[in-house]
Ligand binder design. Structure first.
Ligand SMILES: Cc1cc2nc3c(=O)[nH]c(=O)nc-3n(C[C@H](O)[C@H](O)[C@H](O)COP(=O)(O)OP(=O)(O)OC[C@H]3O[C@@H](n4cnc5c(N)ncnc54)[C@H](O)[C@@H]3O)c2cc1C
Length: 107
């Protein structure tokens, strides 16, 4: 039995990337089992060796970025509100769309 996704490495909401890691981790598990059909412990060891650094890096990022989601004081709460207000501004969205090369209809 193996644990996958959040139940295994839960990078948390702050890091994001949890769904990608869950899917990528499952695919990688399939690949290592495919490459080591006669040696499951070796396949699992290889899986952990490849995946753990990625999950740990994301977790560290989450710890660093959590202040963006959960403001710790009124100044950062105010700053975050201004950023969200800007993101909802039509002119800013238009510029971002152009910068990212997204079509007009993309919402
Ligand atoms: C608000 C929010 C926003 C997010 N945004 C992003 C994002 O933008 N990008 C990203 O990559 N990730 C994001 N994530 C994280 C992502 O949703 C998770 O990392 C991902 O869903 C983990 O997948 P999982 O299959 O491991 O777990 P889950 O998707 O949680 O699936 C577990 C399933 O098991 C079921 N279950 C639980 N207990 C039992 C039981 N006893 N018996 C049977 N079934 C059970 C649950 O009902 C659930 O359906 C976000 C998470 C949250 C909460």
């Amino acid at each position: 039995m193996v644990l996958l996704g959040d139940s295994a490495w839960c990078v948390s909401l702050f890091a994001g990337y949890g769904a990608s890691l869950a899917l990528g981790g499952a695919e990688l598990l399939g690949n290592v089992l495919d490459a080591n059909p006669a040696d499951v412990p070796r396949a699992l060891q290889r899986w952990e060796q490849l995946l753990r650094p990625v999950a740990e890096r994301r977790r560290r990022q989450g710890r660093r970025r959590k202040g963006l989601f959960v403001a710790s004081n009124s100044a950062s709460l105010f700053a975050r509100a201004q950023v969200l207000r800007l993101v909802n501004n039509r002119m800013v969205t238009g510029l971002m769309r152009r910068f990212l090369g997204l079509p007009e209809a993309f919402e």
